[in-house]
Design a protein around this ligand. Structure first.
Ligand code: SP5
Ligand code: ZN
Length: 324
């Protein structure tokens, strides 16, 4: 297992998120990456890849907003994190002038504050994921320590602590290299950004295990399967036996699609002690789940999505990696 990391991912330092009617301290912090790094040991460096691999999955106008929104926010006389508050349900096309309008047009929710370092961290998270997928393409499993997360970022939207969909950026890179690639999403929350990007794309597949959207974020996606997308909603309280069974079925489906490479969106927010989630996995369960995945003989590039129990995040990730 090779492990990749770039410290520019620490530049994104959100202070707030708006949740259940109140501004709360941000859950997705640089300390998450620091906990993981302390648990996994030595990492390898990452190279810059320019805009092309990002533009292969994201809309250029969206990328430009991500890059410039915080500067525009300051220019509008604001301070602190940039957050949208008004969302275009109508989707009527019109020219958007204010940063507030542009943020709302490219966001699903108020859980993706843009800070001065967001663009730097999000791009380096994608480059880190690309380093991992290059390793998998060359035959060796790899783990990318990535933050902020990515799987709630769609082709043209941010949300749920996600800005750049690094799982999809790396999956598309492997597809362009001639592979049939499955993204296996094991975060507690349904990867709505990944579905948005991957639905209908040749040579790319998404199998996602997640909390039932009738009880959990992101609510408006994740209960239906169609074409190259396989969604498995699971009830709150799901523990190892039911989760492992669902994983076995997802892996069988991935095999039936003829996939020859895996990108795993790994979220440790399925842990029983996670402060914002409701599954019941134990630290040792992650190793057993990973052993099942390793048993398929597919090479895997693993990227980090959620996981908010800071004290357990490092050992949960280490347990998962140990299964490979
Ligand atoms: C990548 C990922 O796991 N994103 C999850 C986004 C979930 N957002 C909805 C729940 C937000 C809960 N925030 C609690 C804040 C407490 N300070
Ligand atoms: Zn999550």
């Amino acid at each position: 297992m090779r492990i990749f990391w770039d410290e520019r991912q620490l530049a994104h330092r959100p202070s707030i998120e708006f949740f259940n009617g109140a501004l709360e301290p941000a859950s997705e912090t640089p300390a998450r990456a620091e906990q993981v790094l302390a648990a996994v040991g030595r990492t390898e460096p990452v190279t810059e890849r320019g805009m092309a691999p990002l533009e292969a999955v994201h809309d250029p106008a969206y990328l430009e907003l991500l890059r410039t929104a915080h500067d525009e926010w300051l220019a509008a006389g604001r301070s602190g994190d940039a957050l949208p508050y008004c969302f275009p349900i109508s989707r009527r096309p019109r020219k958007l002038e204010r940063v507030d309008a542009r943020l709302g047009a490219h966001a699903t929710d108020t859980c993706a504050p843009i800070t001065a370092g967001t663009w730097e961290s999000a791009t380096w998270a994608a480059y880190t994921a690309l380093a991992a997928v290059d390793s998998a393409l060359a035959g060796e499993h790899a783990f990318a320590v990535t933050r902020p997360p990515g799987h709630h970022a769609g082709a043209a939207f941010m949300g749920g602590y996600s800005y750049m969909n690094h799982a999809c950026v790396s999956a598309e890179h492997a597809r362009a290299a001639g592979r049939r690639v499955a993204v296996l999403d094991l975060d507690y929350h349904m990867g709505n950004g990944s579905e948005d990007i991957l639905a209908g794309r040749d040579g790319l597949f998404l199998a996602s295990l997640h909390a039932d959207p009738s009880t959990d974020y992101p609510f408006f996606w994740g209960d239906r399967s169609e074409g190259n997308i396989r969604n498995t909603p699971l009830p709150r309280g799901t523990g190892f036996a039911a989760y492992d069974h669902a994983l076995a079925e997802a892996l069988e489906w991935i095999g039936e699609q003829g996939c020859d490479l895996l990108v795993i969106s790994f979220g440790a927010d399925t842990y029983r002690g996670d402060p914002i989630s409701h599954f019941e996995l134990d630290t040792s369960d992650y190793e057993r789940l990973a052993q099942r995945i390793a048993g398929t003989n597919l090479r895997a590039a693993i990227v980090l999505e959620g996981g908010y129990a800071l004290d357990a995040l490092g050992r949960n990730v280490a347990s998962f990696l140990a299964g490979f």
